[in-house]
Design a protein around this ligand. Structure first.
Ligand SMILES: [Zn+2]
Ligand SMILES: [Zn+2]
Length: 347
């Protein structure tokens, strides 16, 4: 029996344990991936430090943002060969429910996530369904291939599918951390007219400017909704992307919209939403939408944007660490040491 090194989660508040475990075998329709890069995500912090995202079992191999090469194919897999480079969609969907059939597999009624409900990518090998793979051209480094499957695909889904961004429209991004920074960059790439970044941190706003924001606004100072309207000639923006999941920033997203505008919430939070009275909400035909994750097709679209040179993610990988450094890596992200955008475990 072959073994592999893996980082496993046992208990909330405890460091991951790096240990030798049995190497998994691909079943029918599955592929064994030799992991080359796996990003650490805010969701991993929710699992390890806060316990707000329970895993399906313990010990479990975390890691839901990864890329690698095909090491073996299970029975019935076609189109993939040993050595092929691939990015992995972490959402395992059933393919049969009404949402899957409508092409919305990210909200599959039976969805399970690699690294949360199934063993993930913080290991030398991972077994994944073949349909979750997206071919990664040789020109895209594995670390960029890893982060585009979650950190970049999540705001991409919010902007394109949920927000229905049209070229030339004005966009506000509230919260310019990992997700928001990529939302700013993608809005620019997708042809937005004016892009405004809002945050409480000057570091975040500097980064938003570097990724293409035309204007930045501190949303903890003055009247940010008025500043947003002022930036758009008094109208308000067509589309606002909210990345904090907090009632006050959601209210700001709605208040900053033009008549007929759309606000899309990407941030997760526990408190109820309160924004406009229905009289205004209705008369202004405001849309307030939730946006969850992404699809395999959207990951493939992002791969094309990176391969074509329109989207450069080199600056998004703040640090590369080894699997042995996973616990200091999680700690660094948790405490925001050096304001990392993405820390990636490289194999
Ligand atoms: Zn994630
Ligand atoms: Zn389904």
């Amino acid at each position: 029996m072959k073994t592999m090194k893996a980082a496993r989660f046992y208990q909330v508040g405890q460091p991951l344990v790096i240990e030798e475990v049995l190497q998994p075998q691909p079943g029918p329709g599955e592929v064994l991936i030799r992991v080359k890069a796996c990003g650490i995500c805010g969701s991993d912090l929710h699992i390890v430090y806060e316990g707000v995202t329970p895993t399906a079992f313990q010990p479990i191999i975390l890691g839901h943002e990864f890329s690698g090469v095909v090491a073996a194919c299970g029975p019935g897999v076609s189109g993939w060969q040993e050595g092929d480079r691939a990015a992995v969609n972490c959402i395992v969907s059933c393919g049969r429910c009404r949402n899957c059939r409508a092409g919305r597999e990210q909200i599959c009624l039976e969805r399970r996530l690699l690294g949360i409900h199934l063993n993930g990518g913080l290991a030398e090998f991972a077994v994944v369904p073949a349909e979750n793979l997206v071919a990664l051209p040789a020109g895209i480094p594995f670390d960029q291939g890893a982060i585009l499957t979650d950190a970049v695909a999540t705001p991409y889904h919010a902007l394109t599918r949920r927000g229905r961004l049209v070229r030339g429209e004005t966009v506000a991004v509230i919260g310019c951390g990992g997700l928001g920074l990529h939302a700013v960059q993608l809005a620019r790439v997708l042809g937005a007219g004016l892009v405004v970044g809002l945050d409480v941190s000057e570091t975040a706003l500097d980064r938003a400017r570097a990724r293409g924001a035309d204007r930045v606004i501190r949303n903890d100072q003055g009247d940010p909704a008025a500043a947003l309207r002022e930036a758009t000639g008094g109208e308000g923006v067509d589309l606002a992307i909210e990345c904090h999941g907090r009632p006050e920033t959601i209210a700001l997203a709605v208040a900053g919209l033009r008549i007929g505008g759309r606000a899309v919430i990407v941030g997760l939070g526990a408190e109820p939403i309160a924004c406009l009275p229905p009289t205004e909400f209705v008369r202004r035909e405001i849309e307030l939408l939730g946006s969850y994750a992404f699809t395999t097709r959207e990951i493939a679209e992002l791969v094309e944007l990176v391969a074509g040179g329109q989207l450069n993610l080199a600056a998004s990988v703040s640090r590369r660490i080894s699997l042995e450094e996973i616990n200091p890596g999680l700690e660094g992200l948790h405490k925001k040491i050096g304001h990392p955008i993405r820390i990636v475990v490289a194999f």
